[in-house]
Structures are given as C-alpha cells and as structure tokens.
Ligand binder design. Structure first.
Ligand code: ATP
Ligand code: MG
Length: 252
C-alpha cells in the first residue's frame, strides 16, 4: 500500500524582497510504500533536510504537493497541520533534540500528553517501547545523565510512541560513535520490521545506507538516481559507493 506520494515539490528560499532566491528543491516526485525503509543521500547542500522538513510539515513547499495516506497534506490549515504532525510523523534528529529540563520518560511521552491521551494508555506504550529499545531502566534520568546512544534511543521512542505513519530521520547516526550508530540502525530495522514503520532516513554514511531497502540520491535539488537493495548486501554497498563517488562529497 502506498503511504506517501510526492508530486513535483519545489522549494525556493529567500522570497523576501531584496534577498537572493535559491531553489533548493526542483520538482521532486517519488512514492513510498507502507513499511519501506528508504535512505536519502546526496552531497551537502543538495536539499535532503529541506525535503525531510517539508514531508514532516516543519516547512512548506513553494510549489507541488504531497499526499500521505490518501490525504493532501499541502491543503491542511495550520491547526490541522499541527495535529497531523503530532499524530502521523515521528522525527529523529541528528542531535536528539530532547528537552534538557525533562526526564527521558517525560520527553518520550510528550507527544501523547500533548494530545491528551489517558495515563494508562501512555504507560502501556511507554513500557513496551522502552523495553524493546532497552532504556526502561533509565527513564527517570535527565538527558545529560545518559550517553548519546541512550539519548538517541529515547528520541527514537519519542518518535515512535504515537505509532506514526512515517518516521523521518535526519542523519540519526551522525553524532554517534560507530557502536551506538550500529545499535540505532539495528533498532530502526527492528522498528521497521516489527512495527511495520515506514522510514525515510537521510545519511552520509554508506554503512548506514546499506541497512535501507532503497536509496534516493539527490543532486542539486533533484532526484538523480534510485537504488534498490536486492539480496546481495555487499553489491548494494558497492553500488552506493559508486553513485556517491559520482555525486561527490560527504562520503564517510
Ligand atoms: N532557511 C534557509 N534559507 C535559505 N537557504 C537555505 C535555507 N535552508 C537551506 N538553505 C539552502 O538550501 C540548500 C539545501 O539545504 P539543505 O539543508 O536541505 O541541504 P542538505 O542536503 O541537508 O545538506 P547537509 O548534508 O549539509 O545537511 C543549501 O544550499 C542551503 O544553503
Ligand atoms: Mg541536512
């Protein structure tokens, strides 16, 4: 089943009078099926974050539209958009974005408390998720009291607790050491498989990308290529390196 249909999305920055205009996305179109784990790669400045922010309704496209679960999101008003974002989108950022004045538990359940869920529903979801993600024993700690990897797992729990239709991750392993990075990728794969979550993950890292089922390569605001994983992980890895070397920049 198709969960996302992106149609001719463009983004122009600098619409104010006198400021220089820059076209960060140029008529991007693609489709995502439910349960897919998709990587987004491309050189720095190619438009990856711009695309993710638009799909997460953090930002608006200049032209074009996208349809999520049959609904044209670009037609929603401000209130509908806010509700849509809390309910349907889980965002995982490179620098976790946890609130420092709240415990991990309070951070994780925030989307549910904001939406007025019942306490027992919240507790149930919190317990099963944090058990799966291995942070159930540190829920009363504050972000500064736990490691980067643990913070990112808490951020992943926060992104997942609403059972969002779409998880958007912008370089989620970018601030982690290789071990924690690998753990997070295993976790996203687990979430993808057992919760059938649909994931779009921006990454510069070929190793991280090799966890995906498909990669969208972006160059200068356009889709340059799509690569499917197939059965041979080594071949997929090599193909990603080949395309990245043509695109240039940012290979780790
Ligand atoms: N708010 C903004 N105003 C003006 N230009 C912007 C703004 N945000 C991004 N840009 C420009 O749009 C282009 C795309 O930026 P974007 O952040 O989407 O790139 P990216 O692919 O995520 O890069 P990176 O890999 O470095 O994170 C860049 O040239 C950037 O300078
Ligand atoms: Mg970016």
């Amino acid at each position: 089943m198709q969960i996302l249909k992106v149609q001719n999305i463009s983004k122009v920055y600098g619409n104010k009078k006198g400021s220089k205009q820059y076209m960060a996305l140029k008529s991007i179109s693609f489709e995502v099926n439910e349960g897919e784990f998709i990587g987004v790669m491309g050189a720095s400045g190619s438009g990856k974050t711009t695309l993710l922010n638009i799909l997460g309704s953090i930002d608006k496209p200049t032209t074009g539209r996208f349809i999520m679960d049959g609904k044209d999101i670009t037609n929603l008003n401000k209130n509908e958009l806010a509700r849509h974002r809390v309910k349907n989108i889980g965002f995982i950022f490179q620098d976790y974005n946890l609130l420092e004045t709240m415990t991990l538990k309070e951070n994780i359940i925030l989307p549910l408390t904001l939406s007025g869920y019942k306490v027992d529903v919240i507790e149930d979801r919190l317990m099963s998720l944090t058990k799966d993600l291995g942070i159930i024993n540190i829920l009363n700690k504050y972000p500064y009291e736990v490691s980067g990897g643990e913070q990112q797992r808490a951020a992943a729990c926060r992104a997942l607790i609403t059972n969002p239709k779409l998880i958007l991750a912008d370089e989620p392993t970018g601030s982690l050491d290789s071990r924690s990075g690998r753990d997070l990728l295993e976790l996203l794969t687990f979430i993808n498989k057992s919760y059938r979550a649909t994931i779009l993950m921006v990454t510069h890292d070929v190793y991280a990308a090799s966890y995906c089922q498909k990669i969208l390569f972006i160059r200068d605001g356009e889709i340059y290529n799509e690569l499917y994983a197939g059965d041979d992980k080594k071949k997929f890895f090599d193909s990603i390196i080949d395309v990245m070397s043509v695109l240039g920049g940012g290979i780790k």
